[in-house]
Design a protein around this ligand. Sequence first.
Ligand code: BTN
Length: 251
Amino acid sequence: MWSEKTCHIGRRVEFHEQLESTNSWTAACCSHPDSAGMVVIANHQVAGRGQYGRVWQSRPGSSLLMSVVLHPPPELRRPVILTAFAAVAVAEAIRELTGVQARLKWPNDLLVRGKKVCGILIETGAATVVGIGLNLSQTAEEFEQAGLTEATSLSLVSAETSDIPNTARVVIRWLDDEYGRLLAGEQVAVEADWKWRLGLLGRPVELELLDGSIVTGRLREIGFDGLEVDLGRQSIRVIPPELVRQLRACT
Ligand code: BTN
């Protein structure tokens, strides 16, 4: 039974035993503005999709596979802002559920202890669909057999059990809170949380831009408006941040 009261996201929540992809299903059926805030969850996806056309596979019942429909106002219809709010919300949910802090890996992965626990796929058409795949109960052996040695799950990082309905309830509440902050004009607060979870400010970094060029330097500033990288005698600004394909700390 669904009992959480939310303002923007999760007033309608649908559970499906199996879908091809929650993102594809949601995009096909939720173009009308009335669908704003609807959440679609599947126990299993047979054609789950990841970033850059990759497949997203998980054993039935082992992950939270969720898509959220948004019809954001024009000023919020930017990949960097939508990714940031979703990533911060899922990170806060992970902290509430397990007590563990998740870090953000550019552009939209969440890592716990250096391993990927969640991927986010934002797709924009008639509606904006925020797809979230959060690993819950996979074992280390399972990841190893699938060749995913850089992946982890909540049950591997915490003794607290994370079932799908309870995790969904907590994630939806945080998504609702963070989206509410964006709608209330508190972008700066979401941006500050996002910057902190990226953890790259002031550090030597490598950027790969969409045109394939590579920039290395010290990250002087990062925000929804752009990045500034200190190259030594000069600095460069990258505006907007959506031009950055990869951003990582140099070791
Ligand atoms: C990535 O890291 O590549 C993003 C993965 C996003 C996976 C989720 S699972 C729920 C939703 N439906 C999909 O087909 N993909 C997203």
